[in-house]
Design a protein around this ligand. Structure first.
Ligand SMILES: [Ca+2]
Ligand SMILES: [Ca+2]
Ligand SMILES: [Ca+2]
Ligand SMILES: [Ca+2]
Length: 481
């Protein structure tokens, strides 16, 4: 008597007695069913045996749609071959006979769904001949297999034996033999669905935002290198960046969201940013740039600005091409006497991979597109060379550096001491939360009462100057509606 191989395994909390090999040596169909082998129209029988004393013997192959045969348990399939033997019991003559194998996933009905991965048409030469089948399994995952025989009439049968599925048993006999999927991973990217922010997208797995808050605020003064009215509302943009990473934590794309809230300026200013140190040729594509009412920028085929060493992105070329002037104010959304214009959200999608997920050179790391490397700036009044950046940030390749150390600017580009006055005051401000900005012509130092001390101490004092704490703000100077 041949031995039936029994595999024991522990799956979660549930001990399952399970076979992925079946030689059908037990004559009781319920024994096989208990191990999640289903035998539609088929019973273990001695007639037409292939090996041992019993084989799985189908009913008469008299229907092309009512299949007889053997359904294996679900298996987490590893690479290898599905093997079995079969034997047609009788002549074909005028009644065609077929045998095939269907691969069915947890969501497929084995009888009506799945994929045929092997098929064979019997001829009279098969009559009573034992045939061995070996099918390489190229698609790995959780599957069961239906070895099904069928024909269009007559009383011929087939026997099936020595079925062997490579992999780990994954049927739950306590739950109608449904697939045991402890950590489903629908897109097979290695990140289980529960942890995968993109469970049906194998290129994407995680979101990583640079700010915990929904948005932070960027405020710019466009009179640089003069101090100007210092009202910091000439361009006001809320921002956040979402770095989308794959299962290997490589950055597939950055989805940069900006809300243009105000432009309290006579100048027609643009806004963009660079990722310092990230070479232009690492970028596969950029979408979402708004160049309404501006011809101030030229772009490569992939959408980054031409002529830049570091990858540089333009969000909009002209704030007046994004927000529509209400008709009765200096700028937009800085004077309470003028009509409020609804802020406009602009989303830039910067992709670093092609459709197959391949990078242009080395994969982009989270560090390369971090807040530390984020270098936002405005371009003033459609003059490409006039850029205003945050203090300590470098100008882009296209900036006119002759403007440094003119008027009120006291930059030292060599030491990175850029965009600051003799008393360390900036022309641009970045906060990790969204805050109000000054009304038109109101000096920001009169609205944010700790800002001067923060800037002049190089960020040591009042690092929370932007918060709404007692003694920190003078709301009368801020644009609050
Ligand atoms: Ca996944
Ligand atoms: Ca995914
Ligand atoms: Ca101003
Ligand atoms: Ca202004």
């Amino acid at each position: 008597m041949k031995q039936v191989l029994i595999f024991l395994l522990i799956w979660g909390f549930l001990p399952v007695q399970a076979q992925l090999i079946n030689e059908f040596e037990n004559s009781d169909r319920s024994f096989h069913q208990a191990n999640c082998w289903i035998m539609p129209g088929t019973t273990p029988a001695a007639q037409g045996v292939i090996s041992g004393t019993l084989s799985a013997r189908t009913g008469q192959l008299s229907s092309l749609t009512n299949f007889n045969g053997v359904v294996t348990p679900f298996a987490i399939v590893s690479s290898g071959n599905l093997t079995f033997k079969h034997r047609l019991l009788g002549a074909v003559d005028n009644n065609p006979r077929f045998i095939d194998v269907v691969q069915a996933g947890p969501n497929d009905n084995y009888n009506t769904g799945g994929t045929v991965i092997w098929s064979y048409t019997y001829t009279n030469a098969d009559n009573n001949v034992i045939r061995s089948v070996s099918i390489p399994l190229t698609v790995l995952g959780t599957f069961r297999y239906f070895i099904r025989a069928y024909g269009n009439g007559g009383n011929t049968r087939t026997t099936i034996d020595e079925v062997n599925v490579p992999g780990t048993h994954a049927s739950d006999p306590s739950n109608l033999c449904s697939a045991l999927v402890s950590n489903p991973d629908a897109d097979a990217d290695g990140v289980p669905d529960v942890d995968d922010a993109y469970p049906n997208d194998a290129l994407r797995a995680f979101n990583s935002r640079v700010l915990a808050a929904d948005f932070g605020t960027l405020m710019f003064e466009d009179n640089w290198p003069s101090r100007g009215d210092y009202d910091f509302n000439d361009v006001v943009v809320d921002y956040n960046l979402n770095r989308v990473t794959n299962a290997a934590n490589q950055v597939v794309e950055v989805v940069a969201t900006f809300v243009l809230r105000a432009t309290g300026a006579g100048f027609k200013n643009g806004f963009g940013f660079a990722f310092d140190g990230l070479a232009t040729n690492r970028v596969f594509s950029v979408t979402g740039t708004n160049m309404n009412m501006s011809t101030n920028h030229i772009f490569t085929a992939s959408g980054v600005e031409v002529g830049q060493t570091d990858a540089t992105f333009i969000v909009f070329g002209n704030a007046y091409g994004v927000l529509t002037h209400p008709g009765n104010s200096t700028g937009i959304n800085t004077q309470l006497s003028a009509a409020f214009v609804q802020p406009v959200t602009l989303t830039l999608t910067i992709r670093f991979v092609n459709a197959q997920g391949s990078f242009l050179g080395s994969p982009v790391t989270l560090q390369e597109v971090s807040l530390a490397n984020f270098n936002p700036f405005i371009t003033v009044d459609q003059q490409r060379g006039v850029e205003v950046h945050l203090p300590g940030k470098r100008p882009t390749t296209l900036a006119n550096t002759a403007l440094f150390n003119t008027r009120d600017d006291r930059s030292n580009v060599q030491t990175g001491q850029t965009y600051r006055t003799a008393t360390n005051l900036p022309w641009a401000i970045q906060t990790p939360m969204s805050i109000p900005y000054p009304q038109e012509k109101e000096d920001i130092l009169g609205g944010y009462l700790k800002l001067a001390q923060w800037a002049q101490s190089n960020g040591v004092s009042f690092s929370d100057w932007f918060r709404d704490l007692a003694g920190y703000r003078n709301n009368g100077n801020l644009y609050l509606r």
